[in-house]
Design a protein around this ligand. Structure first.
Ligand SMILES: O=C(O)CCC(=O)C(=O)O
Ligand SMILES: [Fe+2]
Length: 511
């Protein structure tokens, strides 16, 4: 789980920067949204607000009935982010995971605050924004606001592989491993999970660890892999990766076969995607593992960092143990916000199932494992191997193990990742909301992608990516805020030319 905590992380950093009483999570979150993710700007704004509040609260107590009947409300034209100081946008966490819940039911750890829906359908903490005083009577007389507001969509459960493929850029594969191997892998990972770490800085309670595979072709790049693995978790240095266990290796070979079949079924290759071919198959060289015990362990809304995966990665996510809900939600680009709201999809991830997040999923959707009221007890169909003592394991009946098998691209090798002034590798993010797009290719304000005949391929062709400093995650909120757009060609990324020529005609590239 490399990037699960953007919002939570920023909130934690922001609260650690407050000098006086720490405002509520709602207020912190709104400040972050207003500051477009820049925690220094958010902290400064909060300090000013706190000072103002201290002086006005005394005045408020003096107000009589006249004062009471004058309410404060948000001006209709006010928009999230409109108070962002100009010029700061290039230095901010554009995609900080502040995506509204469609219902309380699907709020993840990162979004445990209650939201009121704003006019643009976005989530706004209920009390945070206040405009100039307005007479209560004039508000009561007003016609209801815009009748053309797009409808809110209720979350939908996708209970079959066909539905998952129809509504998301994912495919679901059931009973992927031989049952005995699935169970054995579950037990060994439960034992391993005893030694995994919990991120103390943020509230996303579950255990995680990182594994690097010893592939022959990677021997020379092994040093690179170790370096990349060091920063896999939110760009923070962590313990060296563990080697794949024999059971992981066995599972991985089966999973690779499924992944390659699925990739090659797709009819097109996105412009910056790594070109998988039968001759150059997708191979997992690392795996991130997660263990959730009980119904309250979660991971918040996020998309996975692309730092070492590069654009349009394919990520294969194996579930073992108790069934949890995996939720996905599209990030609606800015210009489509007035036209439609995003829909949340819940996908039950059952024991021994493989969810493949295909290319464009990380660019267009966020995902989460939300907390649940209850979960079903899992009864493993096989007993633990004799070598494993039950006391050494996380509880098998209420735990879920997740292993995401990933391919770290050679053209995004650790040595090629730019470093910021804090001297740590920058992270690579997609411009999910389309804010950094070239103005010449932004559709007219009322233009939906479909109206312009834009397919996902074209959307991906226009997608921008940017490198940004993330050292705030490890440096008490002090980041250098470095930011720069990925220049794929100038940075020399992609397949080396010679190899590309040699393989010409073999790829499944669309015209
Ligand atoms: O547990 C899961 O299924 C999701 C994990 C995840 O999102 C991640 O590792 O990035
Ligand atoms: Fe993820």
């Amino acid at each position: 789980m490399d990037d699960g905590h953007d919002t939570e992380m920023l909130l934690a950093m922001l609260s650690s920067m407050m000098e006086g009483p720490v405002p509520s999570q709602e207020v912190l979150l709104q400040a972050l949204v207003d500051a477009d993710g820049d925690i220094s700007v958010a902290a400064a704004a909060l300090k000013v607000t706190q000072k103002k509040q201290a002086s006005t609260s005394a005045n408020k107590r003096k107000r009589g009935l006249e004062g009471w009947i004058v309410s404060k409300r948000k001006p209709a034209e006010a928009k999230i982010g409109s108070s962002t100081p100009s010029g700061s946008s290039l230095h901010t966490h554009k995609d900080m995971g502040v995506v509204p819940s469609d219902s309380e039911e699907d709020s993840g750890a990162a979004e445990s605050v209650k939201f009121a829906k704003g006019e643009d359908g976005d989530a706004k903490p209920s009390k945070a924004r206040q405009g100039p005083p307005v007479s209560l009577m004039s508000v009561l007389k007003q016609a209801p606001s815009s009748p053309t507001r797009p409808p809110k969509l209720v979350p939908r459960t996708l209970g079959t592989p066909a539905l998952v493929a129809q509504h998301t850029p994912c495919t679901m594969h059931l009973s992927v491993l031989p049952p005995e191997l699935a169970c054995r892998l579950f037990y060994v990972m439960l034992r391993e999970a005893h030694g995994w770490s919990r991120n103390k800085l943020v509230e996303s309670p579950h255990k995680t660890s990182f594994y690097a595979r010893n592939l022959e072709e990677d021997l020379e790049g092994n040093e690179n892999m170790q370096e990349a693995a060091k920063y896999w978790y939110n760009g923070r240095p962590t313990a060296p990766p563990r080697p794949f266990l024999p059971e992981m290796e066995e599972a991985c070979e089966i999973i690779e076969h499924i992944v390659n079949t699925e990739i090659l079924k797709r009819e097109l290759l996105y412009p910056l995607e790594w070109p998988t071919t039968p001759e150059r198959p997708w191979r997992a060289n690392v795996a991130a593992a997660n263990c959730y015990t009980g119904s309250k362990e979660t991971v918040g809304w996020h998309s996975d960092q692309l730092t070492y995966l590069g654009p349009c990665p394919t990520i294969a996510s194996l579930s073992l143990g108790t069934t949890r809900k995996f939720s996905l939600r599209e990030v609606v680009p800015e210009w489509e916000k007035g036209e439609r709201n995003a829909q949340t999809f819940h996908v039950p991830v059952v024991h021994n199932s493989l969810l493949i997040m295909h290319a464009s999923c990380q660019e267009r959707f966020k995902h989460t494992i939300p907390p649940q009221q209850t979960i079903d007890a899992f009864k493993p169909p096989f007993p633990p191997p004799v070598s494993i003592d039950e006391d050494q394991m996380m509880p098998p009946t209420t735990s879920r193990i997740n292993i995401t098998f990933r391919f770290y691209r050679p053209d995004f090798a650790a040595k090629s990742i730019p470093r910021c002034q804090c001297d740590i590798p920058m992270i690579l993010r997609p411009d999910m909301k389309g804010k950094q797009r070239d103005s010449s290719i932004v559709p007219p304000s009322n233009g939906k992608m479909e109206d312009r005949g834009l397919s996902t391929w074209e959307e991906m062709a226009q997608m921008r990516y940017f490198w940004m400093c993330y050292s705030g995650a490890q440096n008490e909120g002090k980041a250098c805020n470095a930011f720069r757009v990925l220049d794929f060609t100038k940075e020399g990324r992609g397949l080396p030319e010679l190899e590309e020529d040699a393989l010409e005609g073999n790829t499944h590239i669309s015209s």
